[in-house]
Write a protein that binds this ligand. Structure first.
Ligand SMILES: NC(=O)c1ccc[n+]([C@@H]2O[C@H](COP(=O)([O-])OP(=O)(O)OC[C@H]3O[C@@H](n4cnc5c(N)ncnc54)[C@H](OP(=O)(O)O)[C@@H]3O)[C@@H](O)[C@H]2O)c1
Length: 302
C-alpha cells in the first residue's frame, strides 16, 4: 500500500510517498481501516523535525499522523461493536505507538475507534479526533462548574475552535483570545461571548484558562485561586496568586470520540476544513500549517 513515509528527521522535504507492507489480518482486538483522510496536526510537524525524539522510541523511517477517518475493512475475532463497512474515526497516539495514519490502510485497536459523524463526508470526519479529544479532555481537566467563565487562547485554532464550542455546551461563559481582529467574527460564530486580543486581556477576572496558543502570559486573566490548563507543555504558565496550573496531554479514547461525533451529528459542534491535499503533497500541507494563519483542518487524502 501507499503511505507518506518520513525517511529521516528533518524538514517537510523528508516526507515522500512509498510502498510499505499493508496490514492484512487485524489482531483479535483490532480493526483495519481504509483511509478516506488523515489530518495534519502540529504534533506531526514536531515529530517530523525530531522535537519529540527524546521521549519517543519511534524512529524514522516511519509513517506520521494521529487522525484518521475511513471505512472498516476487517475486524479482529474479539471485536463485537464494529463491522466491515462501518464509517469510523480514530485518534492514534503515533508518537508513542508508531501507528501512523498517513497510510492507505491503518490497523488500530478497536477501543480507540468510534463511529464517524454520519452528517459529514467520510474524509471531513478526520478533522474531529485529535483536536476534539484534546479540547474535551482539557476542559475535563479544567473542571469548571456551569456558569463559570473561561479564557480560551488560540480560539480560532483547531483545538481552540472546538474548545470554544464545547465550553459553551458545558454552560461556561467564553472569553476568546485571538491574535488578529480579522478572527473576531469567527470566534463569535463559534460561540464566544467576548473576544480579546493578546495585548488586551482581562486582569484577574476569569475563573479558568484553557491555553492553546503557547502564550503563558494569559494566566494574568485568571482570578486569584482560579484554574489554568495548558496543552502546550513547552510553555507552561508559572503558578501565581494561588492559581492551580496543569498540563493536559491528549489520550486515545474511543468512547470520548463517539460522544464528540454525536455532538457533530446533533449540529452542536461544527468542524472547519481549510484544505485537502493528496498524499503526494504532504510536504506542502506541512509547510502550510507551519506558516500559520490556517483556519480549519488540513486533510491528507490517499
Ligand atoms: N497537549 C496535547 O495533548 C496537545 C494536543 C493537541 C495540540 N497540542 C498543541 O496545542 C497547540 C495548538 O494546537 P492546534 O492544533 O490547535 O494548532 P492550530 O490549529 O495551529 O491553532 C493554533 C492557534 O493559535 C494561534 N496562535 C499562535 N500563537 C499565538 C499567540 N501568541 N497568541 C494568540 N494566538 C496564537 C494561531 O494563530 P495563527 O494561525 O495566526 O498563528 C492558531 O489560531 C500546538 O502547540 C499543539 O502542538 C497539544
Amino acid at each position: 500500500m501507499r503511505a507518506v513515509v518520513l525517511t529521516t528527521f528533518g524538514g517537510p522535504e523528508q516526507l515522500s510517498v512509498r510502498d510499505v507492507p499493508e496490514p492484512v489480518t487485524p489482531a483479535p482486538d483490532a480493526v483495519l481501516i481504509r483511509t478516506a483522510a488523515a489530518a495534519v496536526n502540529p504534533v506531526d510537524l514536531q515529530t517530523r523535525a525530531g522535537l519529540h525524539a527524546g521521549h519517543s522510541t519511534v524512529r524514522p523511517p516511519m509513517v506520521l499522523g494521529w487522525d484518521v477517518a475511513g471505512t472498516v475493512t476487517a475486524v479482529g475475532s474479539d471485536v463485537t461493536d464494529l463491522r466491515v463497512g462501518d464509517q469510523v474515526v480514530a485518534m492514534s497516539a503515533q508518537m508513542a505507538t508508531g501507528r501512523g495514519t498517513y497510510a492507505e490502510t491503518v490497523a488500530l485497536p478497536a477501543g480507540i475507534v468510534a463511529p464517524a459523524p454520519a452528517s459529514l463526508t467520510p474524509a471531513h470526519a478526520a478533522a474531529l479526533p485529535l483536536a476534539g479529544l484534546t479540547a474535551r479532555q482539557a476542559l475535563d481537566a479544567l473542571a469548571l462548574p456551569e456558569g463559570a467563565s473561561v479564557l480560551i487562547t488560540g480560539a480560532v485554532g483547531s483545538v481552540g475552535g472546538l474548545a470554544v464550542q464545547l465550553a459553551r455546551l458545558r454552560g461556561l461563559s467564553v472569553v476568546a483570545q485571538v491574535r488578529s481582529r480579522r478572527d473576531e467574527d469567527e470566534a463569535l460564530a463559534l460561540g464566544a461571548d467576548r473576544v480579546v486580543d493578546p495585548e488586551d486581556l482581562p486582569e484577574a477576572e476569569v475563573d479558568g484558562l484553557l491555553e492553546t496558543a503557547g502564550d503563558p502570559r494569559a494566566i494574568r486573566a485568571v482570578r486569584d485561586g482560579g484554574r489554568a490548563v495548558t496543552i502546550v507543555p513547552s510553555r507552561v504558565p508559572a503558578g501565581e496568586r494561588g492559581i492551580q496550573v496543569a498540563v493536559s496531554h491528549v489520550e486515545q479514547d474511543g468512547p470520548g470520540l463517539h460522544a464528540l461525533a454525536r455532538l457533530v451529528d446533533a449540529g452542536q459542534v461544527r468542524l472547519r476544513i481549510a484544505q485537502e491535499f493528496p498524499f503526494e503533497t504532504a510536504a506542502e500541507a506541512h509547510r502550510a500549517l507551519a506558516a500559520g494563519g490556517v483556519r480549519g483542518k488540513l486533510l491528507l487524502l490517499p
